[in-house]
Design a protein around this ligand. Structure first.
Ligand SMILES: [Zn+2]
Length: 321
């Protein structure tokens, strides 16, 4: 019986691990809206609930579509040492050198963000409101993922160093405990991104440079912390879950000197700046005069399918927990 209970605890614990966590992804898209200029705010502010809620659609899609997983990460350490010059930054050059299969295997987030930017720009050109909102919500997700150190490292859940759970710890537990109460999200304004490819690669390289610290500090703290105080049990919706204790979480955040907050703030800035860039590159269309204001039956069906897949399926294809 004890064993069964323990397994249930562990399962619940693992299910906590999403990219940035649903909580942080929603916050990032939500706060990004307020960095936009008035001409964009007219659309985004009146649909802020949609852009917020659908920030997590790409994670849900991992339960429905096998190809989805690779779009959320890149195991860049697979390509050697920082700054990973052996990996061509242009997709076609990278395909020629490593093959598409191999690129898909080790993750494609920096390229996928660029594809999404292209699609969002087209949606603005088409003045298609439903598309603009859907693609804005989704590109926000992928950009945010590129800011997470463990999304650009093959030891993404500490599985090679006996630190399983660290993925969700950094990107879910830490912000859930501290973001609302202690962090500052006054960020300023979105900026035009002249070179989106080099911008997103820069964020990926920063994440890569931080991954070692993310892992090493957790390990150091674990050796300094009383073993029975690292985790705590908490009741959530009538179910007991095991999680990193508040004390351990705060100590980790202090040791990281605000890294999670900094990456989250930068993610918000990046998301808003990509939305803004797509709109500018589309010729700054008047967002009070858009077509396709309602989602089509197919789009509504897709939202339902994503939700059902997430509730009922296991993740398909490759993934970072
Ligand atoms: Zn993700």
């Amino acid at each position: 019986m004890k064993k069964v209970i323990l397994i249930i605890f562990l399962l619940l614990f693992w299910q906590q691990c999403f990219c940035w966590g649903f909580y942080a992804h929603k916050k990032i898209n939500n706060y990004a809206v307020f960095l936009l200029p008035p001409k964009m705010l007219v659309l985004y502010k009146s649909h802020i609930d949609f852009v917020t809620e659908h920030a997590v659609d790409p994670d849900m899609r991992r339960y429905a579509v096998a190809e989805e997983g690779a779009r959320h990460y890149i195991d860049i350490d697979h390509y050697g040492q920082y700054p990973f010059d052996s990996l061509p930054r242009k997709w076609n050059d990278a395909v020629t050198k490593f093959s598409e299969d191999s690129l898909q295997k080790y993750g494609i987030v920096p390229w996928w963000v660029q594809i999404m930017l292209h699609r969002l720009t087209d949606a603005f050109k088409e003045k298609n409101q439903a598309k603009i909102l859907k693609l804005s919500a989704e590109i926000g997700h992928y950009i945010a993922d590129a800011h997470v150190p463990l999304h650009v490292n093959s030891n993404h859940n500490g599985q090679y160093t006996n630190q399983q759970g660290i993925h969700g710890f950094w990107e879910s537990r830490v912000p859930e405990l501290l973001a609302d109460k202690e962090w500052d999200f006054f960020i300023g304004k979105a900026e035009y991104v002249k070179n989106p490819a080099s911008f997103i690669w820069q964020r990926v390289l920063e994440s890569a440079a931080a991954a070692d610290t993310v892992l090493r500090y957790e390990k150091e703290l674990t050796t300094q912390f009383p073993a029975d105080q690292k985790f705590s049990f908490e009741n959530r919706n009538g179910v007991t879950i095991r999680q990193y204790s508040s004390a351990f979480t705060k100590a980790y955040d202090t040791k990281l000197k605000g890294m999670v907050e900094r990456r989250m703030r930068l993610a918000i800035f990046s998301v808003a700046s990509f939305w803004y860039t797509a709109w500018v590159n589309a010729g700054e269309p008047d967002l009070t005069k858009l077509s396709n204001k309602e989602f089509s039956t197919d789009e509504l069906k897709e939202f339902d399918n994503l939700n059902n897949a997430w509730k009922n399926n296991k993740i398909k294809g490759r993934q970072h927990e």
